[in-house]
Design a protein around this ligand. Structure first.
Ligand code: ADP
Length: 861
C-alpha cells in the first residue's frame, strides 16, 4: 500500500514536472516567436519611418536645388548634396531593413532607379543653370519633367509603404496570436502542473497522515507488547547469541527471586542446575548441528534462595534475513505444580498398578473382537495361566477359548452394548487345562466420541465356591420346605383338631398345654415361612406376577385379613382406600400391607387406632400404615429393615415376631421398583410408608399377565360345576399326600364334612385309585415318591372324566406360575403348607366348594 502511495506521489510530481517542462518549452518557443514577430513589427515600423524620410530628403534636395537655381550660388547646393547623399543612404538602410525577400528588394530596386532618375533630373536642371543661366533652368523646371519623376518616386514610395503597412498589420496579428497562444499554453500548463502538484500533495498528505497513524499504532503496539512482556504470567527473557541476558520481565523476576538488575548482563547458564545445564548444552549442540529439535524443553533453574524451580522453556532464535542468529527469546513457565500433580499421578498410578497387580479379583480390558488388552495376575491365575503375558499370548478369541459356552459372551456383550454396564453376570469359564469354573462379571463398555465401543473393562470374581454353597443352601431350603413344613403342618393340624375338642374332650390343663403347643407351632411355622420367603425373594426365585390391580381392593383385603388380630388386641383399624390402579403382584402387596398392619397392631396398646391410608403422589402411590404405639428409636429406623433386626430382643418372644417381616417387605417393594421407609416418634407412634410406582408405560407394554391368585380361574370365567349322577352320593375326595400324618389330618377334615376320602401315598397309587373311582375333588401334594403330582395331573389330563377335575394343590414350597399352570386341571386352589395351616385350609376349601358345587349337591355332605 505504502509502495503504491509513493508511486502515485512520484507520478504526480513527475507529471507536474513534465507539464512544467512542456509549458516552459512552449513558453520559450512562443516568446522567441513573439520576439521575432515583434522584431518584424519593429522592422516594418522602421521601414515605414525610413520610407517617410525618402520624400523628405527628396523635398530637401528639391528645395536646395531651387535655392541654387534662384541664387546661382554654389554654396546653396550644399543642402541639396547632403539630401541626395542621405537619400541613397536611406535606400541602403531600407534594403537592409527589408531583408533578403525578393519582392521588396525588387520594389526597392524600382524605387532606387526612380530616385536616381529624379536626382538625375534635378542634376540636369542644375547643370542647365550653371551652363545656361537661371531662365533656361526654370524653363526646364517648368517643363515638368522633374515633377513627374518626383511624383513617380512618391507613388513608388506609397506603394512600398502600403505593402509595408499590410506586412506590419500581418506581423502585428501574428505577434498578437503568438502572445495569446503563449498565454493560453502557460495558463493551461501551469494549471495542469498545479493540479498534478496538488494531487501529489494530497497523496503526500494522506501518506503522511497514514505514516503518522502507522507510527502511532506502532508506538501503541510497542507499548502493548511491552505491557504484555511485563505482565505476562510466564517468565520471559531475551538473550544474546552468547547467552547473555539482555532483558527479563516481572514474572521471571518473581519466578527466580533475582532482580532484573541482577540478571541482566549475566549468562543464562548461571541460573541452571548443573544437570539441567548439561542437558541444555547437549540440546543446543544438536540444534547447532542442524537437527530438528523441539523448541520446548523442561529445564531446572536455581531460585535465589537455592531451591530448584522446574521450568518448561520455549526458545525462539531471531535471525537476520540472511539467517544469522542475532538473539534468543526464552519463555519460561513454572511447572512446579504440574510436576507435583504428575508425581501424585505417578504415585496414584503406582498404587493402582499395585492394586491391579495384587487384586484378588481378575481385572481385564478386552476388545469387542475378543482380544485381551490387559489382564492382571489374578485373572491369569484364575484361568490357569502362569502370567498375564502367557494368557494374552495364548487366548486370542475370548468367546471360544475362555467362555465355556461361546454364546454366553455374545449375551454378555449384548447386555453391555445395550446397558453400558453389567453387574454380577454369572458365566462359566474354561481354564487352560480344560477344567471349568464359575465367575461373576462386572464390566462396562468404554466408547469413543462416536459412541463406538473401544473396549470393555471390568473384573471377574471366582464364584465357584459361592455357587456350591448356594446350591447347598437351595437344597437345604428345599429340604426345609418339604421335610419340615409337611410334618409341622400335620402337627399344627392335629393340635388344632385336638384343641377344637372334636376328637374328644381334653382336660383344662391339657387344653392349656395344647394352646401353648398351637401358639408355638404357629411361631415355628411363621419363622420357617419367613426364612424361606426372604431366601426366595432375595435370590430372585420368587417372580413377581404383576397385573393391574386396584389399590382399594388390596387395602380392603389386607384390612380384612388383619381385622381378627386387631379385634383381639383391642385396636381399631381404620382405612381410607384410594381408587388407583397399580401394576403389581397383588398377593405380594397384600403380604406387605398385612405385615405392616400386623406390626402396627402388635406394637400398639389396646384402645389405640391403626390407620391404613394411600395417596397418589408424583413419584407413585404412597401407602401408609400409621399407629399410636410405642414408636421406634431414630437409630433403628433403618436397621429394622435388615434380617432378624428388632428394636428389642424380647420382641420375638413377647410379640411372636421373627425379625424378618420388614426384610421381606423391603425385598417385595424393591422388586416392584418402589421404596419403603419408616418415621417414628418414640412413645407416640410410627408411620411406615411404601411407595409403589404407577408404571403406566409398563402397563401398556405388557398385556395383562395371567394372574396367580389362589383360585386359578378368574371371576369372568365361571368355574364348571361338579356334577354327580346320584343325588344322594357323598362327595368323593382323593387325597394324594406322601406324608401320612398330614394325610390323616386332611382325611379327618374332609370326613368331618361327610365326604368319602380315598388316600394315595404316592403318585402311582393316586393313578391306580382313579382306575376304579372318579373323585369329585383331588387334594394333591406335588412332591411325592414314585410318580409326583405333576405326573398325576398329566395322566388325568389324558382322561376325559378327570380332565376338568377340581383340585386343591397343597404344596410344601412356593410354586412358580409355570408350575401352577402345569398342576391345573379344573378349578384349582393353591396353598402352601404351613403358610396356610389346616384350619385355614379347611375354611377356605369349604367356602370354595360351596361356590363351585351346586347348592342342591352341597347339601348332601
Ligand atoms: P417382627 O417379626 O419381629 O415384627 P419385623 O421385621 O416385621 O419383624 O420388624 C422388626 C422390628 O421392628 C420389630 O421386632 C420391632 O422391634 C420393630 N417394629 C416394626 N414395626 C413396628 C411398629 N409399628 N412399632 C414399633 N416397632 C416396630
Amino acid at each position: 500500500m505504502q509502495f503504491y502511495v509513493g508511486l502515485k506521489v512520484r507520478i504526480g510530481f513527475g507529471a507536474a514536472l513534465l507539464l512544467l517542462s512542456v509549458v516552459g518549452g512552449v513558453a520559450y518557443y512562443t516568446s522567441t516567436r513573439l520576439v521575432q514577430d515583434t522584431d518584424g513589427v519593429q522592422q516594418s515600423l522602421r521601414v515605414l519611418k525610413e520610407l517617410d524620410d525618402v520624400p523628405a530628403r527628396l523635398l530637401q534636395a528639391e528645395l536646395g536645388q531651387r535655392n541654387y537655381l534662384l541664387s546661382g550660388e554654389e554654396a546653396e547646393l550644399e543642402p541639396y548634396r547632403v539630401a541626395v547623399g542621405a537619400i541613397h543612404q536611406e535606400i541602403q538602410d531600407l534594403r537592409q531593413l527589408m531583408g533578403e525577400n525578393l519582392a521588396p528588394q525588387r520594389r526597392l530596386d524600382a524605387l532606387e532607379s526612380l530616385v536616381v532618375h529624379a536626382v538625375a533630373e534635378l542634376e540636369g536642371t542644375i547643370t542647365v543653370r550653371r551652363n545656361s543661366g537661371s531662365a533656361a533652368a526654370w524653363q526646364r523646371v517648368l517643363a515638368g519633367q522633374e515633377q513627374r519623376v518626383l511624383q513617380e518616386v512618391d507613388q513608388s514610395i506609397r506603394d512600398i509603404e502600403s505593402q509595408e503597412r499590410e506586412l506590419l498589420a500581418a506581423r502585428h496579428a501574428t505577434a498578437e496570436a503568438t502572445a495569446q497562444q503563449a498565454r493560453v499554453v502557460i495558463a493551461l500548463g501551469s494549471l495542469a502542473a498545479l493540479v498534478c502538484v496538488a494531487f501529489a500533495g494530497l497523496l503526500l498528505r494522506r501518506d503522511m497522515a497514514k505514516r503518522v497513524r502507522a507510527e502511532d499504532s506502532l508506538r501503541e503496539s510497542e507499548e502493548r507488547y511491552r505491557g504484555l512482556f511485563e505482565n505476562a504470567s510466564d517468565g520471559i527473557g531475551c538473550l544474546t547469541v552468547d547467552g547473555i541476558i539482555t532483558s527479563v520481565n516481572r514474572a521471571l523476576e518473581a519466578m527466580l527471586g533475582w532482580s532484573r538488575a541482577e540478571m541482566i548482563g549475566e549468562n543464562y547458564r548461571t541460573f541452571h542446575t548443573p544437570s539441567s545445564l548439561f542437558a541444555e548444552e547437549a540440546r543446543l549442540r544438536r540444534i547447532h548441528a542442524g537437527e530438528k529439535v523441539s523448541s520446548l524443553a523442561e529445564i531446572e533453574l536455581v531460585h535465589k534462595d537455592g531451591s530448584v524451580v522446574p521450568v518448561e522453556s520455549r526458545t525462539r532464535i531471531f535471525r537476520t534475513p540472511a539467517g544469522a542468529p542475532i538473539g534468543v527469546l526464552a519463555t519460561l513457565r513454572d511447572i512446579t505444580e504440574r510436576k507435583r500433580a504428575e508425581e501424585a499421578l505417578r504415585q496414584a498410578e503406582e498404587q493402582y498398578r499395585s492394586i491391579f497387580e495384587n487384586a484378588l479379583e481378575g481385572i481385564f480390558q478386552t476388545t469387542p473382537a475378543g482380544h485381551i488388552l490387559s489382564a492382571n495376575p489374578a485373572f491369569a491365575r484364575m484361568c490357569g495361566y502362569d502370567s498375564p503375558e502367557e494368557l494374552k499370548a495364548q487366548v486370542t478369541a475370548l468367546g471360544t477359548q475362555l467362555y465355556a459356552d461361546p454364546h454366553r459372551r455374545a449375551e454378555v456383550l449384548e447386555m453391555l452394548n445395550q446397558q453400558g454396564t453389567v453387574h454380577g453376570v454369572e458365566s462359566q469359564l474354561t481354564r487352560k487345562d480344560g477344567s471349568r469354573f464359575w465367575v461373576s462379571i462386572n464390566a462396562r463398555a468404554v466408547r469413543d466420541a462416536t459412541q463406538a465401543v473401544r473396549y470393555y473393562e471390568g473384573s471377574i470374581e471366582d464364584i465357584t465356591q459361592r455357587r456350591a454353597v448356594n446350591q447347598l443352601k437351595e437344597e437345604f431350603v428345599s429340604l426345609v420346605s418339604h421335610e419340615l413344613r409337611t410334618p409341622l403342618t400335620s402337627i399344627r393340624g392335629s393340635l388344632g383338631l385336638l384343641a377344637s375338642g372334636m376328637i374328644g374332650p381334653v382336660s383344662d390343663k391339657g387344653q392349656r398345654m395344647l394352646d401353648i403347643a398351637v401358639r408355638n407351632t404357629d411361631r415355628l411355622v411363621r419363622l420357617i415361612n419367613d426364612i424361606l420367603d426372604v431366601e426366595r425373594i432375595e435370590s430372585g426365585k420368587v417372580s413377581m406376577v404383576k397385573t393391574t390391580c386396584n389399590v382399594a381392593d388390596l387395602m380392603t383385603h389386607a384390612l380384612e385379613e388383619m381385622r381378627g388380630m386387631a379385634e383381639k388386641a383391642g385396636v381399631t383399624l381404620l382405612a381410607q382406600p384410594v381408587q388407583a390402579q397399580l401394576w403389581a403382584d397383588p398377593d405380594r402387596v397384600i403380604q406387605t400391607l398385612t405385615n405392616l398392619l400386623s406390626n402396627a397392631i402388635k406394637f400398639s396398646p389396646a384402645g389405640t387406632t391403626v390407620w391404613l391410608t394411600a395417596e397418589q403422589q408424583e413419584e407413585g402411590l404412597v401407602v401408609q400404615v400409621k399407629d399410636q404405639g410405642r414408636g421406634i428409636p431414630a437409630d433403628k429406623l433403618e436397621s429394622i429393615f435388615e434380617r432378624f433386626q428388632q428394636v428389642d430382643a424380647s420382641d420375638s418372644r413377647e410379640k411372636g415376631g421373627t425379625g424378618l417381616g420388614l426384610a421381606i417387605c423391603r425385598s417385595i417393594v424393591h422388586q416392584h421398583g418402589g421404596r419403603i421407609w419408616a418415621a417414628s416418634t418414640l412413645g407416640k407412634g410410627s408411620v411406615f410408608s411404601v411407595m409403589l410406582p404407577l408404571s403406566q408405560e409398563e402397563r401398556l407394554r405388557t398385556p395383562a399377565a395371567s394372574v396367580s391368585p389362589s383360585v386359578t380361574p378368574g371371576s369372568e370365567q365361571e368355574p364348571p360345576c361338579v356334577t354327580r349322577d346320584e343325588q344322594t352320593r357323598r362327595l368323593q375326595v382323593l387325597v394324594a399326600e406322601d406324608d401320612r400324618d398330614l394325610a390323616r389330618v386332611l382325611i379327618a377334615i374332609f370326613e368331618r364334612h361327610g365326604a368319602v376320602v380315598y388316600y394315595a401315598q404316592t403318585g402311582t397309587e393316586a393313578i391306580l385309585c382313579c382306575d376304579f373311582v372318579v373323585p369329585d375333588l383331588l387334594v394333591l401334594d406335588p412332591i411325592m415318591p414314585e410318580q409326583d403330582g405333576f405326573a398325576v395331573v398329566d395322566w388325568m389330563r389324558q382322561h376325559e372324566s378327570l380332565g376338568q377335575l377340581p383340585s386343591v394343590v397343597y404344596a410344601a414350597g412356593e410354586l412358580t406360575a409355570v408350575e401352577q399352570q402345569r398342576l391345573t386341571l379344573g378349578p384349582t386352589l393353591f396353598f402352601t403348607k404351613s403358610r396356610v395351616p389346616p384350619d385355614q385350609f379347611e375354611r377356605q376349601v369349604m367356602h370354595w366348594l360351596d361356590r363351585i358345587i351346586p347348592a342342591s349337591a352341597a347339601s348332601y355332605w
